[in-house]
Design a protein around this ligand. Structure first.
Ligand SMILES: NC(=O)c1ccc[n+]([C@@H]2O[C@H](COP(=O)([O-])OP(=O)(O)OC[C@H]3O[C@@H](n4cnc5c(N)ncnc54)[C@H](O)[C@@H]3O)[C@@H](O)[C@H]2O)c1
Length: 367
């Protein structure tokens, strides 16, 4: 068996905990070599909590990359820093697990995508929903045309966060480094909806609001996307909802079946019906267990970052694209920038955007 791939995590906050859990689960294929955080005590605490040994701690990401030369760099810093650190890591020889959103503008995201192509680097995006095994099986069947035409789809992401969450770090909820409910909490759901529906967005119309949270960006956003295949997709993203009842629900309506799945007020939900109402849940659950095993199905549902790392390691060893690749990262940010631009200019916009648009172009937006 080949040597395990070395991993460096840059940014030791909330999401890094899920990364460490996934890396530990993939012992033998991956080995954590370094933790880097501008705040050294965050890295020290993460390391102590992990119980791992042989891991070096750094405060400067350039020192860490230079010394460890990791196979994989996980970029888990605030979103406004993704572009600089991801680009530096790729230019210094690393493949990436890059958290969502890829970057804060369509220009930066396009540049990351182009750098990855030019240097032949793999980027696995932190678009967790694509990595639930059942989702891939459903997507394959829709893409094969088994259920006929994809007619329309919708998502709601009600990922309530209170003021404590927004006050926990200065970057949260800012146009420069985070964006609001759509950019942070909903972008990977938009990515999944579009992926399931099998077509790229070509038009966006949206409205934003700030209802409860004292942040710069939106705590509520609604959008309608037109896809190239003619289907429509509706998007609701909110952080002004109940923090104790998180939901991220997806519906895709095809000519011959309707797929409804996700998390509804904290409870997993799956309802797949053929035309006329026959339930198809069992077909997908059994297929999933047969293909991935019960243990992995449960573990990856509890921590989808496990699926991301497993797929990235496979992509590196087999020289193939990760499931959520650099194009997915670019395209979802371009769609998000289109949604923001539509709200700002109070009109529908065509996608992909022809001009550059950054989250900071929303500064001073009059809610
Ligand atoms: N895929 C997912 O499910 C998911 C979930 C949560 C967060 N995220 C994304 O992960 C990223 C981080 O989010 P978080 O909630 O973990 O943030 P966080 O604020 O909890 O952690 C970020 C860490 O980065 C460190 N940092 C800041 N600047 C740095 C620098 N220059 N060099 C090294 N370290 C630096 C901070 O000190 C902090 O410890 C964001 O982009 C967010 O959108 C993804």
């Amino acid at each position: 068996m080949s040597e395990p791939l070395s991993v460096l995590i840059i940014g030791c906050g909330r999401v890094a905990v899920k990364h460490i859990k996934a890396i530990r689960n993939l012992k033998g294929r991956l080995v954590l070599k370094g933790l880097c955080d501008a705040n050294r005590s965050a890295a020290e605490k993460l390391l102590a909590d992990s119980g791992l040994s042989g891991v070096e701690i750094f405060e400067d990401y350039k020192d860490a990359i230079g010394k460890l030369k990791p196979n994989i760099t996980a970029v888990t810093v605030p979103s406004g820093l993704h572009f600089t650190i991801a680009t530096y890591a790729m230019e210094h020889g690393s493949d990436l697990l890059l958290e969502k959103p890829m970057a804060m503008s369509n220009r930066e995201s396009r540049e990351i995508y182009e750098t990855a192509r030019r240097l032949n680097r793999k980027i696995a995006m932190g678009h967790i929903y694509r990595y639930l095994p059942i989702v891939g099986l459903i997507r394959d069947d829709i893409a094969k045309g088994i259920y006929g035409k994809v007619v329309y789809g919708s998502i709601y992401v009600r990922w309530g966060h209170d003021d404590d969450y927004y006050n926990s770090a200065a970057w949260r909820g800012t146009w420069k480094a985070d964006g609001g409910a759509l950019m942070n909490q909903t972008i990977h759901a938009i990515d999944l909806l579009v992926w399931l529906m099998g077509s790229e967005p070509c038009e966006a119309t949206s409205m934003l609001a700030k209802r409860l949270r004292d942040i710069e960006a939106e705590d509520l956003g609604m959008a309608v996307l037109r896809l190239e295949n003619g289907a429509l997709a509706s998007v609701e993203g909110a952080t002004c909802s109940d923090p104790s009842r998180h939901s991220a629900m997806f519906t895709v309506c095809c000519e011959k079946a309707t797929f409804t799945m996700g998390l509804d007020s904290g409870k997993a939900k799956l309802d797949i019906r053929s035309l006329g109402g026959k339930k198809l849940n069992c077909r997908y659950i059994m297929h999933q267990i047969k293909e991935f095993g019960l243990g992995y199905t449960i573990k990856s549902a509890l921590n989808p970052h496990l699926g991301i790392y497993k797929d990235l390691a496979k992509s590196i060893s087999e020289n193939k694209s990760p499931i959520a690749d650099s194009y997915a990262g670019f395209s979802s940010v371009d769609t998000l920038m289109g949604i923001y631009k539509s709200a700002k200019e109070n009109r529908s916009v065509t996608l992909p955007l022809e001009d550059d648009f950054a989250s900071t172009d929303m500064t001073g937006y009059n809610f």
